[in-house]
Design a protein. Structure first.
Length: 621
């Protein structure tokens, strides 16, 4: 069922509150530092910020004083009053230093003058005043500062005015505000929980992955334990693909630039790609000719010289596999799958652990089918995504239908084909019987898509599985199959990736489970904890039996007391601990502890093996 515009805008009241609280923050800042120059202060996800030019370097040590002054502004219950002015009046106020200030000042408000120039000539200019503070602002606001009681100053960071590194640096103060203290406290509690679950922290503590400056930021080194999780995820999705009739393929990490010119990834994705690699002979020739970097760029753009590109997408390679042999309508659908590593150039400031990287592996697949087969194939893709999410306990999700914006020129292909693709996806998503939103302008440049946006256990949203219908790339590559009429026909291409990226998905799982992976995913499933060396032979025998049964097991041979061994296993988030003493050894039993459930009692070794094998094979949570 498609949500209405009003339903999609349900956060408007909260944004209004936060925008108003930004003005409360600004008022407090100016009371403490009257010479501060203010830029913008918009609401953002989870709060608001204000950009400030100030000689004093604000630190967290200042937050208590700022909040104390904000409380005074709130207690004064000042009204937010809107005033419209002419452009000349607004500029006069800015030149007098009155905008973004508590009173007129000797120094003009340079930020405000610049912001006035950005307002279209035919647009009304409005100011908002609360108490002595007045600022250039379009609004809207709540009625009074007294509505902004549940607030918190969160952080301060360096930023550039308007986000442009060519502009001057400012201090950006972040805050948040909620309708009441209970909601604020709940949010702050979730933030603390998020810190505990941070995959960068847990990944380091659990030895899952590393990022090394010598290798490069945004490039993940999977350590042995992280490699086990990755392998299990690949095996899980691989077994599902086998059942659905996919064929696994392997393609190079690099391809000729012309391949991506044909697909449109070059130049459409040019800003997020690594620079092309140029053949040595061409480099020498161009160097001898005194070619500048700008000229080299123009040569690459025009196709005058050839180069290679670290692949930003797997699709062109899969198209070439499809096109490498004659195809009949009887062969379709052809389903090609690959754990294909791709490379994107992300700005260093945007990188973050495993969730925002420069090299990542997609659980990618492309289906080549007839128009009549599209609906059924989409349903198969959606079913696969739902299986993945259900297996991992991620049942709280919404669906987004990303469409093209007809007024934008970033999309390629025949509008009629876009209409067919969007209609096919809309029909498919409506069959899911879940809430979904349609979002113009969010489609890939070659086709619309369905995205699954998952909420984790503490309410954060992550975009995961995606399914896309594409009439355009088959056209651009001129691929075909022979139909029942012995004529050539164009196949439809479906792109799908349930995980999206193994790196990002694993980072999400670390945080979703707080490192306590279900047994089938846990790098170490069992740890044997002998009480003394007297039972070491039995412990080693049990270890060998478990390994033979396919269980990932480690024997703790340290001289520590069993209490210390249990605490270490808990810190390492090992699902099962088997405590072995002389009594257990004599009875061929183990005392079973679970990392979250505690003591489960004594079991025969064979009984424990049978139960954990069932748990693993069923991928139980």
């Amino acid at each position: 069922m498609r949500k209405t515009l009003d339903e999609r805008n349900q956060m408007t009241d909260l944004e209004r509150l936060r925008h108003s609280c930004a003005h409360v923050l600004a008022t407090a800042i100016l009371r403490i530092w009257p010479n501060a120059q203010l830029a913008g202060g918009p609401p953002v996800d989870n709060g608001f910020y204000y950009d400030i030019d100030l000689d004093h370097a604000i630190t967290p040590a200042d937050f208590e004083q700022i909040e104390k002054e904000m409380k005074k502004v709130v207690k004064e219950n000042q009204t937010f009053e809107r005033v419209t002015v002419t452009r000349d009046e607004a500029k006069a106020l800015a030149k007098s230093g009155r905008l973004g200030a508590l009173s007129e000042r000797d120094v003009e408000s340079t930020f405000k003058l610049d912001m006035i120039d950005d307002i279209p000539e035919d647009e009304e200019i409005s100011l908002f005043q609360n108490g002595e503070f007045i600022d250039l602002c379009a609004g809207p606001h709540v009625g009074r500062t007294g509505n902004c009681k549940a607030f918190k100053v969160m952080s301060v960071a360096a930023a550039y005015y308007k986000g442009d590194q060519n502009n001057q640096s400012v201090q950006r103060i972040y805050g948040t505000c909620f309708k009441n203290r209970t909601l604020l406290d709940d949010y702050l509690e979730k933030l603390e929980e998020a810190k505990k679950r941070d995959h960068r922290k847990l990944g380091r503590e659990m030895n899952l992955f590393a990022i090394d400056e010598a290798v490069g930021q945004g490039l993940i080194l999977w350590k042995p334990k992280g490699g086990i999780i990755r392998r299990e995820l690949q095996d899980f999705i691989g077994s599902a693909l086998d059942k659905q009739g996919y064929f696994q393929v392997f393609t190079p990490h690099i391809g000729k630039l012309d391949l991506y010119r044909t697909s449109g990834h070059f130049p459409y994705y040019q800003d997020s790609q690594y620079p092309p690699v140029i053949e040595r002979d061409n480099i020498k020739r161009l160097a001898d000719e005194g070619c500048t970097c700008a000229e080299l760029h123009n040569h690459l753009e025009s196709g005058d010289i050839e180069g290679f590109l670290l692949k930003p997408m797997n699709c062109p390679h899969h198209i070439k596999i499809f096109d490498s042999e004659p195809r009949s309508y009887r062969d379709l659908p052809v389903r090609l799958a690959e754990f294909g590593t791709v490379y994107r150039w992300e700005q260093s400031g945007e990188l973050g652990g495993m969730t925002r990287v420069r090299g990542f592996t997609q659980d990618d697949a492309h289906i080549f089918c007839t128009s009549d087969q599209v609906a059924e194939e989409i349903q198969g893709c959606l079913g696969l995504v739902k299986t993945v999410l259900a297996t991992l306990g991620m049942n709280d999700y919404r669906v987004r239908l990303s469409l093209r914006d007809p007024d934008s020129d970033k999309y390629v292909g025949d509008p009629a084909n876009w209409d067919k693709a969007e209609a096919a996806l809309r029909e498919a998503v409506e069959s899911l019987d879940v809430d979904y939103t349609e979002e113009l302008g969010e489609a890939a440049f070659y086709g619309p898509k369905i995205d699954f946006v998952v909420s984790d256990v503490i309410g954060r949203e992550w975009q995961l599985g995606t399914v896309q219908v594409d009439y355009n790339l088959p056209e651009r590559f001129d691929i075909s199959y022979i139909g029942s009429d012995n004529n050539k026909h164009r196949p439809v291409m479906i792109h799908r990736a349930p995980f999206g990226s193994l790196e990002r998905f694993t980072g999400l799982l670390i945080e979703h489970f707080a490192g306590h992976f279900p047994t089938w995913l846990a790098p170490e499933q069992v740890r044997i904890l002998p009480i003394s060396d007297k039972v070491m032979d039995f412990a080693q025998q049990t270890e060998a039996t478990l390994k033979e049964a396919g269980v990932r097991v480690v024997l703790d041979k340290s001289p520590d007391k069993v209490g210390a061994k249990i605490r270490l296993a808990q810190l390492d988030k090992v699902p099962y601990m088997l405590v072995v003493g002389e009594r257990e050894a004599e009875a061929n039993q183990v005392s079973v502890r679970h990392s979250r459930k505690g003591d489960l009692g004594t079991q025969a070794v064979d009984e424990f093996i049978s139960s954990i094998q069932t748990e693993i094979s069923e991928r139980s949570l």
